[in-house]
Write a protein that binds this ligand. Structure first.
Ligand code: ATP
Ligand code: BTN
Length: 259
């Protein structure tokens, strides 16, 4: 695949510019510096391979060549979107889950930012921001989606089981058609960011809803409770053992089923 072929594939979308890399450190890093130097709204950075892909808190995201989708979309948020900027990451998860649903598979969203099929992680999402003083200049929405079995890291490197689309679907997947569908879904849902339909669809897809879960922080402090639902700001609502409710913002917490 080369840049001109991908440009042709995306020609019908309102994507004003794109950069394609056969191999790159992280598409989010390229997109962040492009955003700082004036990238337009909806510009996209795409890579075949990432050598230092990142998840949250600088955890590694593995993208071997020829096996996955790894891209970052740059948003120039409107004032209304600035007020809802925490919902860009769920926007990515919703768009991917809609795409998966369109393939007749059941997708679930593991709050805040992973898409699961059959309880395994298919896709990770990393939204990062560019600030000028206290003004939000851009949001970079990075999406990594496992397509072929080669993209699935060995179990010993994972804290959560992983899968890929071809295994779940039982058939070959055209990565670039998949990219076009996900971008279309993002562009369709973007005007509804934070709307009742957006929040309801997200909540309907929530993994472990009504189940006992555990929220872990990097220093190990955990909060156990029943996952009740999502707040308007994208936070998670948990019911604790004593019947009280607690709200958690995404921050540094990882969600696990209670053991
Ligand atoms: P979780 O470990 O549940 O994903 P998290 O969502 O907080 O928690 P992230 O930082 O979002 O973690 O994701 C990075 C993690 O994803 C890495 O720690 C690694 O375990 C896992 N990972 C890395 N590459 C892949 C991949 N291609 N497919 C699935 N999982 C991956
Ligand atoms: C997660 O699992 O929480 C986040 C993983 C995000 C991976 C994608 S791949 C494209 C973009 N570039 C990166 O370095 N990270 C994101």
């Amino acid at each position: 695949m080369d840049e001109s072929t991908i440009r042709a594939q995306l020609a019908d979308l309102p994507v004003p510019d794109l950069r394609y890399f056969p191999s790159v450190g992280s598409t989010n890093d390229i997109a962040l510096s492009w955003a700082e130097s004036g990238a337009p709204d909806c510009a996209v950075v795409i890579a075949d391979e990432q050598t230092s892909g990142r998840g949250r808190m600088n955890r590694h995201w593995i993208t071997p060549p020829g096996s996955a989708l790894a891209f970052s979309l740059i948003f120039r948020p409107t004032p209304e979107e600035v007020a809802r900027s925490a919902l860009f990451s769920p926007l990515g998860a919703l768009a991917v889950s809609e795409t998966i649903t369109g393939l007749n598979l059941t997708a679930q969203i593991k709050w805040p930012n992973d898409v699961l099929i059959n309880g395994r992680k298919l896709c990770g999402i990393l939204a990062e921001s560019v600030w000028q003083g206290n003004r939000l200049q851009a949001v970079v929405l990075g999406i990594g989606l496992n397509v072929t079995p080669v993209s699935v890291p060995p179990g010993n490197l994972l804290k959560f089981p992983a899968t890929c689309l071809q295994t779940e679907l039982g058939s070959w997947v055209d990565r670039w058609e998949l990219l076009v569908t996900i971008l279309k879904e993002i562009l369709t849902w973007r005007p509804r960011l934070g709307s009742p339909q957006f929040m309801q669809t997200w909540e309907d897809r929530l993994a472990f809803r009504g189940e006992e879960i555990c929220l872990e922080t990097p220093n190990g402090v955990a909060l156990n409770g029943k996952l009740v639902g999502i707040e308007a700001d994208g936070g998670l609502r948990l019911r604790l053992a004593d019947g009280s409710e607690e709200r958690m913002l995404a921050g540094d917490v990882s969600l696990r089923p209670a053991s």
